[in-house]
Design a protein around this ligand. Structure first.
Ligand code: 5GP
Ligand code: MN
Length: 319
């Protein structure tokens, strides 16, 4: 059983590093810190390396111990959480130079790039995969550990409303509540609190939003200049893609964010008809059926044309 092998590898290792995907969301950060706290219960110290993340997650237990980089280059064990693809793993050189590697994830598009891979594509959050794993390891779910885990569950399920939410999601959340974890407070902090820069970006994104294909597709974007003008910090673009999908009749929301001169990051959210992950895979990206992303080269007009065309095709095929 992979879980027994994972536990054996952890026990064998002294220098351990935990890594996650670039532009980390609540599930990525929550999974990383939960993993660190779990390893401490097993008597292991681990470095969590996340070069940039939203300060809205700064309240998470042990967030103050997150490192931007490390002097250690040859870890005994590298653990990747919530990341489907080695390319997308932030600071992946630590993974590549580690003696042994483990991948823990919930993306159906996971490339299984670890020595050991524990991937459950049915799980709505990587943190929920960890709940099962920690149960198997007989880990005590403390208030701190629970806070990290439920943060990932709340953010990746959009507040218990996305596909994949299941009875266990609520059972685990209820159990944490009994232990004194303040679920409404975490919910407000991670889903309902936005930075001022995010608010200013929302105004631009809404103002520019186009309704295409008879109102079934929304398209909008932000440039580097927009982010500079509102003094955006890491994570301030989070959630902008969700706005379009909430409009009645919209099947796919497309959000484009400029990364550099000629590279744009695409985010898709879909309602029912389109598999967003399949569309993004065509551009070398991936994700989940209802939430996926990719990077595309070109200028903004070219990128818009490419992605809108593929989404329209997928929409017509899904009719
Ligand atoms: P977001 O749109 O929030 O950046 O990402 C939505 C989902 O798609 C996440 O699960 C994320 O991991 C995945 N995703 C986003 N961009 C990429 C990408 O470039 N490559 C891959 N493989 N997955 C991505
Ligand atoms: Mn996730």
């Amino acid at each position: 059983m992979t879980l027994d092998e994972i536990l054996a590898q952890i026990k064998l290792s002294e220098k351990i590093v935990v890594l996650t995907h670039e532009s980390p969301d609540g599930d990525a950060i929550g999974s990383s810190l939960a993993m660190k706290l779990m390893l401490e219960q097993l008597g292991k110290q681990a470095d969590v390396i996340i070069p940039e993340y939203s300060r809205l997650f700064g309240f998470l237990p042990s967030a103050d111990q997150i490192k931007e980089s490390s002097e250690i280059t040859n870890y005994d064990l590298a653990i990747s959480v919530d990341c489907a693809d080695l390319k997308r793993l932030a600071k992946n050189e630590y993974f590549e130079n580690a003696k042994r590697t483990i991948v823990i994830d919930h993306h159906g598009s996971n490339k299984m790039y670890g020595d050991l891979n524990y991937v459950n594509p049915v799980s709505p959050a990587c943190c929920e995969v960890l709940v099962g794993m920690f149960g198997y390891f007989n880990i005590d779910i403390t208030k701190e550990l629970g806070t990290c885990l439920v943060t990932g569950i709340i953010t990746d399920t959009g507040g218990f409303r996305h596909d994949g939410v299941n009875p266990e999601t609520f059972e685990f959340t209820a159990e944490l509540m009994r232990k004194g974890v303040n679920i409404p407070r975490i919910y407000k902090k991670v889903l309902r609190t936005i930075t001022k820069a995010n608010f200013l970006l929302q105004k631009r994104v809404i103002d520019r939003m186009e309704l295409l294909a008879d109102g079934q597709i929304t398209y909008t974007y932000i440039t580097k200049q927009d982010e500079e003008e509102v003094n955006a910090e890491p994570g301030d673009h989070e959630g902008l893609v969700e706005i379009g999908r909430d409009i009645e009749g919209v099947q796919v929301s497309i959000f484009v964010r400029q990364k550099d001169e000629n590279t744009y990051k695409i985010s898709l959210r879909s309602s029912e008809k389109v598999n967003a992950s399949d569309v993004c895979l065509m551009f070398g990206g991936g994700g989940h059926p209802r939430a996926a992303g990719a990077s595309i080269q070109g200028d903004l007009d070219q990128v818009k044309e490419k992605i809108v065309k593929e989404v329209e095709k997928a929409l017509n095929a899904g009719k």
